[in-house]
Design a binder for this molecule. Structure first.
Ligand code: UD1
Ligand code: CA
Length: 475
């Protein structure tokens, strides 16, 4: 049976006190709705319908993806009414799975299990056992344990309120049946809403098999209504991500002090020290070591690479056996080939270092293509920006750039060339040999350090020295 997802996202989220619609609030670097869409897509549904509210154009604009269909619910008349808005686009022979756009941590396995249990002709809803289920709809079971109704908090009597099995809102059944039940809903209840939960009673009446399936974990079914709940789920996300990595063979020195805000894949025997932040898509090869305080965003790190403390790596592609930091900054477009070294206070932007090349101290390499086995001395700067334009620097294999060199781009340093320390290089450097740009060094044997003097004495010293030929430049 083809599967159609319906994601309810018409809620305003007043309690967020935000200009941003609730489902666009970020959790772990991605909007709440994005998490739900992502989880939903893993089921490979035939269609994903999102029910959005009045003024929710921002939500639509945030997801221009062509596999998403949008249904406007202009007035919020209840969850049953919301689901009904998406139904005209869903054929009778589809199975429907209803999700909430503000319940971000739902697990794909939980969803596929629920869809399977609903099957071709049943109804399955996801429930959760809570110590305090206040506010939730309660799952009512008869003596045999069969579900016969969900009662909302506001409609529940005292005995029903003691039930701890809560409705999560996630449910699955066939589109044909759901369409029928939805058309039979009324809003004759405490809130004057069309309750999706009332389809349970109708299903039971029609002799359809109804199952409430308890969720494997609580965090995955919790919704976000305010920023406290958002922070709580962010913390749950962190914990779950850390646990997932540890189960896959990563050593996490302190799971409480690892921040994952994206999708991380890691090889075997990776080690993550404290206060590491991993954002976006991060891939870590086998035996990668990440020191304390390192931030890695959208980067691939090859086998056996070591990242020393407090380095920031963003949009970089790093091969195996590289050594980075401490205090290195690799900006977008940085590429390190096998065995390259980037040391302390070195910044790379749109720059590639070939195999075995090293820039170990205090250097800026921007818009630079650097070959293999190149040594970049301390304090080297590619002067890539003239105030208007960015210019490229090419440094060929085996070159040695002395410390404190200014390489004023555009230029090429030829293969195996040596640039003398302290040079300001403004033209391309030929292959091999030594190129340097440096004024002649002078010594003044009889120079003495200044003594305390009045402004008048100082003026007369300068006047006298101007008469001499080889003036002491410091006088
Ligand atoms: C609903 C369930 C309740 C369950 C609870 C879990 C009903 C009647 N009640 O409660 O049994 O325990 O969720 O959190 O279904 N929405 C719309 N349009 C609407 C109303 C809601 O899109 O007209 C969306 C909201 O954006 C939200 C979701 O549906 O994502 C749930 O709405 P909310 O008001 O939070 O839940 P309740 O109706 O209180
Ligand atoms: Ca809610």
């Amino acid at each position: 049976m083809p599967l159609s997802l319906i994601i309810l996202a018409a809620g305003q989220g007043k309690r967020m006190h935000s200009d941003l619609p609730k489902v666009l609030q970020p959790l772990a670097g991605r909007p709440l709705l994005g998490h739900v869409i992502h989880a939903g897509r893993t089921l490979e549904p035939a269609a994903i319908h999102i029910v959005y509210g009045h003024g929710g154009d921002l939500v639509r604009a945030a997801y221009p993806d062509t596999d998403l269909s949008w249904a406007l619910q202009a007035e919020q008349l209840g969850t049953g009414h919301a689901v009904a808005q998406a139904m005209p686009d869903i054929p009778d022979d589809h199975q429907v799975l209803v999700l909430y756009g503000d319940v971000p941590l739902i697990e794909p396995n939980t969803l596929s299990d629920l869809v399977q249990r609903a099957g071709e002709d049943g109804l399955a809803l996801l429930s959760v056992h809570l110590d305090d289920a206040t506010g939730y709809g309660r799952v009512l079971r008869d003596n045999a344990g069969n579900v016969y109704r969900i009662v909302e908090e506001k409609d529940a009597n005292r005995k029903e309120k003691t039930v701890r099995e809560a409705n999560t809102g996630v449910l699955s059944t066939s589109a044909g049946r759901l369409r029928q039940w939805l058309s039979r809903l009324n809003n004759d209840n405490a809130q004057g809403e069309y309750y999706l939960t009332d389809v349970i009673t109708l299903a039971v009446r029609d002799g359809v098999k109804v199952q409430a399936v308890p969720a494997p974990t609580t965090a995955e079914v919790l919704g976000v209504n305010d920023r406290l709940q958002l922070a709580q789920l962010e913390s749950d996300f962190r914990r779950l991500s850390a646990h997932r990595l540890m189960r896959a063979g990563v050593t996490v020195v302190d799971p409480q002090r690892l921040d994952i805000r994206g999708e991380v894949t890691a090889g075997r025997d990776v080690r993550l020290d404290i206060n590491v932040v991993l954002e976006g898509r991060v891939s870590l090869g086998d035996r990668v070591v990440v020191g304390p305080g390192v931030v890695i965003r959208n980067a691939t790190i090859g086998h056996d690479t070591v990242i020393h403390p407090y380095s920031v790596i963003d949009g970089a592609d790093i091969d195996s056996r590289c050594v980075i930091g401490p205090y290195a900054r690799l900006r977008p477009g940085s590429q390190l080939a096998e065995g390259a070294h980037v040391g302390n206070f070195v910044e790379l932007k749109n720059a590639s270092l070939g195999a075995g090349s090293k820039a170990n101290h205090l250097t800026y390499l921007g818009d630079a293509t650097i070959g293999e086995r190149v040594n970049i001395g301390a304090g080297t700067i590619t002067c890539n920006y003239d105030g208007q334009n960015k210019w490229p620097t090419v440094i060929e294999d085996g070159a040695f750039v002395g410390s404190g060199s200014m390489l004023v781009a555009p230029l090429t340093v030829g293969a195996a060339a040596t640039v003398g320390a302290g040079s300001t290089i403004t033209k391309s450097v030929p292959r091999g040999g030594l190129t340097l740009e440096r004024s002649t060094q002078k010594s003044y044997a009889h120079w003495s350090r200044p003594s305390k003097a009045t402004i008048e004495e100082r003026a007369s010293t300068i006047a006298r020295s101007e008469l001499k030929d080889d003036a002491d430049p410091t006088a």
